[in-house]
Write a protein that binds this ligand. Structure first.
Ligand code: GTP
Ligand code: MG
Length: 348
């Protein structure tokens, strides 16, 4: 089970970051909460919702390229229903709470520029700045490693498209938790003027159950040292062998003929592929497990969806495992036909 350290991971920079966010949020016109689309419920942070209950909110389910599309689609509708008290079926009347503005998008790094443009367009209409001359202030927040800084860079990219400087990354990104360690302000657009505050990933001081802790460790929302690498690899293998994995890609990847239960077998395969047989020491095992964990996080072992998705039938599950469904089942951004960007208006 998850080590106790997962439950208690709340380092100093997070406590400081949260304090700073509470100060900065007063001047913000829009809050962008980023979650991981592979576990949009487990990567929700209640602390963040409490920060600004009345501000317009934009919820981004990022890394949708790594999530199984069918359960993500269901989750999207459930989030609309739960967050807004909104019936999510087509043609139903939205029962939005008075004054609440929420925009939900799924996105991924591949179409980040397109997402950036959609966010900017939405912000122009729904998050008017308090003082026009001061510009719109946007705060981006979320759990560690969900892609906040990547989104910020995308927004800058969208705003600067065509100017020759759009692809310059300003916010540091990295594949481990805790890359951004303090709140930083960036200009993301000049017409109209928009600023964005990138914030450090904020973890919950206490996780309710070990299962959530394990999911967050799998997704890289906590640093490596919080869970032993062999234990984490074993948990990942269990996921890949279960219904949570929507494609059995790990067997192809490791050139296995049938599923394996033991993580030792996985390490053995990795060793063979790397041509490093024979050195059965701890360092070798650590390298194999880190490689396996990284491949899982990068989606090389197939798309997954880690949160419960009860409304999905066995048949749908089987179709996805056999590769019969793809991104085409998600609502699309109508004009561009690019996958994994959709919005409230299109689904209602
Ligand atoms: N496949 C995929 N990878 C993504 C996506 N968005 C971000 N990433 C990767 O996820 C990792 C984390 O991205 P960051 O933008 O640094 O995440 P962050 O939330 O700012 O992380 P912290 O600052 O540590 O809290 C990086 O390796 C990104 O390249 C996505 O949509 N799809
Ligand atoms: Mg960051």
């Amino acid at each position: 089970m998850a080590g106790k350290s997962i439950v208690h991971w709340f380092p100093g920079h997070m406590a400081g970051g949260l304090r700073r966010m509470k100060e900065v949020i007063r001047t913000c016109d829009l809050v962008v909460e980023v979650r991981d689309a592979r576990a949009p419920l487990s990567t929700a942070n209640p602390l963040l919702k409490e920060l600004a209950p009345t501000k317009p909110r934009l919820l981004l389910l990022n890394k949708a390229d790594l999530a199984a599309t069918r359960p993500l689609h269901h989750a999207y509708k459930a989030i609309l229903r739960d967050e807004l008290g909104m019936a999510a079926g087509p043609g139903q009347t939205p029962a939005q709470r008075p004054g609440e503005k929420l925009f939900v998008l799924t996105t991924n790094a591949r179409n980040a520029r397109l997402t950036g443009k959609k966010i900017l367009d939405w912000a122009k209409v729904h998050a008017a700045p308090k003082f026009v001359t001061g510009g719109t202030m946007i705060m981006v927040c979320g759990m560690p490693n969900v892609g906040k800084s990547t989104i910020l860079n995308a927004l800058r990219g969208a705003a600067h498209a065509g100017s020759g400087t759009w692809n310059k990354q300003v916010a540091a990104i990295g594949d481990s938790a805790g890359v951004t360690r303090r709140a930083q302000l960036f200009c993301v657009g000049t017409n109209p003027l928009m600023y964005m505050v990138d914030t450090p990933g904020i973890f919950v001081p206490r996780i309710e159950d070990d299962a959530t802790g394990i999911k967050l460790a799998m997704l890289g929302c906590v640093p490596e040292h919080t869970m032993h690498h062999v234990q984490l690899s074993q948990e990942i293998l269990s996921v890949l062998n279960s219904k949570l994995a929507w494609q059995m890609r790990y067997m192809d990847f490791l050139r296995l003929k049938q599923p394996v239960e033991s993580v030792e077998e996985v390490f053995h395969r990795v060793e063979r592929q790397a041509g490093a047989m024979g050195k059965h020491n701890e360092e070798q095992q650590r390298m194999c497990s880190r490689y396996f964990i990284r491949c899982f996080r990068e989606g090389k072992l197939g798309r997954v969806y880690l949160d419960p998705s009860p409304s999905i039938s066995e048949r749908e599950q089987r179709m996805d495992r056999e590769g019969a469904s793809d991104d085409s089942m998600l609502p699309r951004a109508s004009s561009t036909r690019r996958a994994e960007v959709f919005n409230l208006d299109e689904i209602m």
